[in-house]
Design a protein around this ligand. Structure first.
Ligand SMILES: Nc1nc2c(ncn2[C@@H]2O[C@H](COP(=O)(O)OP(=O)(O)OP(=O)(O)O)[C@@H](O)[C@H]2O)c(=O)[nH]1
Ligand SMILES: [Mg+2]
Length: 427
């Protein structure tokens, strides 16, 4: 396991503020999740505090009285870090830092921190850096406006303003540079994917900690990092999976990808920056939505995942609902009820290997209208086209006959039209 250096076991307080958008229960659960996030980042959450309000206070998020209470707790418990659920405005952040006199973070800042310390591949690092700068940019500008107002005379620029312009330009230049680097990576990855386009693609999606990587390992024998931590996975792993039915007559080779998990209130900068990592999900033919049914609030998690999928433009894809961790349930009543609600679903335990073969059979039966199997008789003069099929498709069978090459190949429907002239009936 990697040591997290950003927040080394700092004693922290987690603060939640109600709003009309969520019920009290929901807000309290969000606060628990915030504490879990903080623990993942390496902090030690000493206490949690919650205030019911219609909306957060404009200046300090919590009200005056609550602020005093927090100050006392900080004093008594030697707390060095305050983490607020939801995003703080630059003004709130500034006021709270001054009032509490300790480090202040908000949910977005915390998630960005975790991502920054867990990013391993160069693509993930670039993506996190981009998200961090985009988070910083508006804060940078607003933080400085009061200065320029204070110092700037009528019609002339204040010293603050020149400084902010320089800073902003530097951040913007860096953002542009990162975007360019990322688009180069995207081109390379798209090139790599081309050769695999002959296979149907399945993507694991789901709330963080639902068990996606455990399932990936169970199905493919890959060794993806599994941890009881949020955001254990930040990159995408793709593996070839051979699926065969019980009767061994049906057979299909597909691709399965495992990627970063979702969480509610996922910072929009992060989602946008992670497009590269999410490319496999965006281009998948079928999504396997993994749900931790042993989690008390799994229905909220399903909703958060569905909303994120819609936000990234993957809301219309066919989905198999995979209800995981059934081994942790007292009985199977819940799973049966869920299976009645979701037609295309299965209850499994990725960890114990329960019902994995049922899931594989569902994947096998999942229709694939993007690909077709061609049976061709190609003349020996069509060597160029033959090579093309090898490059873009999967050759399932080949016989070199006197009058040409008999070929069975799996290929995208889009490409298939170029070869249909040589189609023959199978025997
Ligand atoms: N009881 C039980 N625990 C499971 C099962 N599957 C996974 N887990 C546990 O759930 C935790 C998270 O598993 P991961 O596979 O890392 O989850 P993930 O969805 O990949 O999480 P992120 O990569 O962080 O988004 C680990 O502690 C696993 O051991 C299961 O079927 N039953
Ligand atoms: Mg994972």
């Amino acid at each position: 396991m990697h040591e997290l250096v950003n927040i080394p076991r700092e004693r922290a307080i987690a603060v939640g503020v109600g709003s009309r958008a969520y019920s009290r229960d929901e807000s309290l659960e969000h606060l628990d999740e915030l504490a879990f996030l903080a623990e993942t980042a390496g902090a030690e959450v000493i206490c949690k505090i919650y205030q019911d309000r219609d909306r957060p206070d404009g200046a300090t998020a919590v009200g005056r009285g609550k602020l005093e209470e927090i100050k006392e707790m900080i004093e008594e418990d030697k707390i060095v870090l305050a983490i607020f659920d939801d995003e703080l405005t630059p003004a709130q952040m500034r006021n709270l830092s001054r009032e509490l006199n300790i480090k202040v973070l908000d949910r977005t800042g915390l998630i960005l921190d975790i991502f920054a310390s867990r990013a391993r591949t160069s693509e993930a690092r670039l993506q996190v850096e981009l998200a961090q700068l985009q988070y910083l940019l508006p804060r940078l500008s607003r933080m400085w406006t009061h200065l320029s107002k204070q110092f700037g005379g009528i019609g002339s620029k204040g010293p603050g303003e020149t400084q902010i312009e320089t800073d902003r330009r530097m951040v913007r230049d860096k953002i542009a540079l990162l975007k360019e680097k990322l688009s180069n990576v995207a081109v390379q990855k798209a090139e790599q994917r081309k050769g695999r386009d002959s296979m149907q693609r399945f993507a694991l999606v789901g709330y963080t900690n639902a068990g996606k990587s455990t399932l990936m390992n169970a199905v493919t024998g890959a060794e993806v990092l599994v941890e009881n931590k949020l955001f254990a996975t930040l990159d995408t792993t793709v593996r070839v999976v051979e699926l065969s039915g019980n009767d061994h007559t049906t057979h299909k080779t597909v691709l399965l990808s495992d990627t970063v998990g979702f969480i509610r209130k996922l910072p929009t900068q992060l989602v946008a920056s992670f497009r590269g990592t999410l490319a496999e999900t965006l281009e998948a033919d079928v999504l396997l939505h993994v749900v931790d049914v042993s989690h008390e609030h799994f229905r909220d998690q399903i909703r958060a995942v569905t909303e994120t999928l819609e936000a990234i433009g993957a809301g219309e894809k066919p989905v198999i609902m995979v209800f995981n961790k059934i081994d942790a349930l007292p009985d199977l009543d819940l799973v049966h009820a869920l299976q009645a609600d979701y037609t295309n679903s299965v209850g499994i335990s990725a960890q114990r290997g329960i019902n994995i073969s049922t899931l594989q059979e569902m994947m096998l039966e999942m229709g694939d209208d993007r690909h077709e199997t061609l049976h061709l008789l190609m003349p020996y003069s069509a060597m160029k086209e033959l090579a093309q099929i090898y490059r873009i498709g999967t050759v399932l069978d080949r016989k070199d006959l006197d009058d040409g090459i008999e070929l069975t190949a799996r290929i995208t429907t889009d490409e298939a039209r170029h070869f249909r002239a040589w189609s023959v009936e199978t025997v």
